[in-house]
Design a binder for this molecule. Structure first.
Ligand SMILES: [Zn+2]
Ligand SMILES: [Zn+2]
Length: 180
């Protein structure tokens, strides 16, 4: 039995800019976070490879957005698309360096390989990218990875040094992704 801990942050959210069924603006998300007592909100709209997602210019503009709304600290990030087994991502480093953080995930139909070797390779490369902090929904059954192939401990350069993300934790529970 695990203790029930208070939820203080949500680091995987999509605004209307993601171009899918989400209709909330960032202001709506911040207001909802404040109403639920969160102290930190991460905005992770989809990277530009996804149909309907915002352009690179949108992500470049986030550096001038307010860092606090309704008393909630806001981190402006992205949910990148991992595009291939080498961990290619859909925003360049010069834009990623301006964001507060970056999550990355494999999304249908933007990843063509189906073998677990290719999928595992994609995750391993992505988590070692210097600007990637979080891997999203790596328990997606459409993209089965080989968890036994994930080194333990992870290489020191994984997840941009962020202490809050461990790919095995992501595998063990769907922790971040209410909206895929
Ligand atoms: Zn998402
Ligand atoms: Zn996703």
């Amino acid at each position: 039995m695990y203790p029930v801990l208070p939820i203080l942050a949500d680091l995987h959210t999509h605004s209307i800019s993601s171009g899918h069924h989400t209709t909330d603006t960032i202001t709506d998300l911040a207001r909802a976070a404040a109403e639920r007592g969160l102290s930190l909100l991460g905005i992770t709209d989809h990277g530009p490879a996804m149909a309907g997602a915002p352009s690179p210019a949108y992500f470049r503009s986030l550096s001038s957005a307010p860092s606090t709304r309704f008393g909630v600290s806001i981190l402006y990030g992205v949910e990148l698309n991992i595009l291939d087994e080498t961990g290619s991502l859909d925003l360049p480093d010069d834009i990623l360096s301006t964001l507060d953080f970056a999550a990355a995930g494999i999304h249908f139909p933007y990843f063509s390989k189906k073998s677990s070797v290719a999928i595992t390779s994609a995750y391993l490369h992505a988590i070692q990218h210097p600007f990637v902090h979080i891997i999203t929904h790596c328990d997606d059954p459409r993209f089965p990875a080989d968890i036994a192939a994930i080194p333990d401990p992870l290489p020191e350069n994984c997840c941009a040094g962020a202490p809050f993300t461990d790919i095995r934790f992501c595998w063990a529970a769907t922790v971040t992704d209410a909206i895929r």
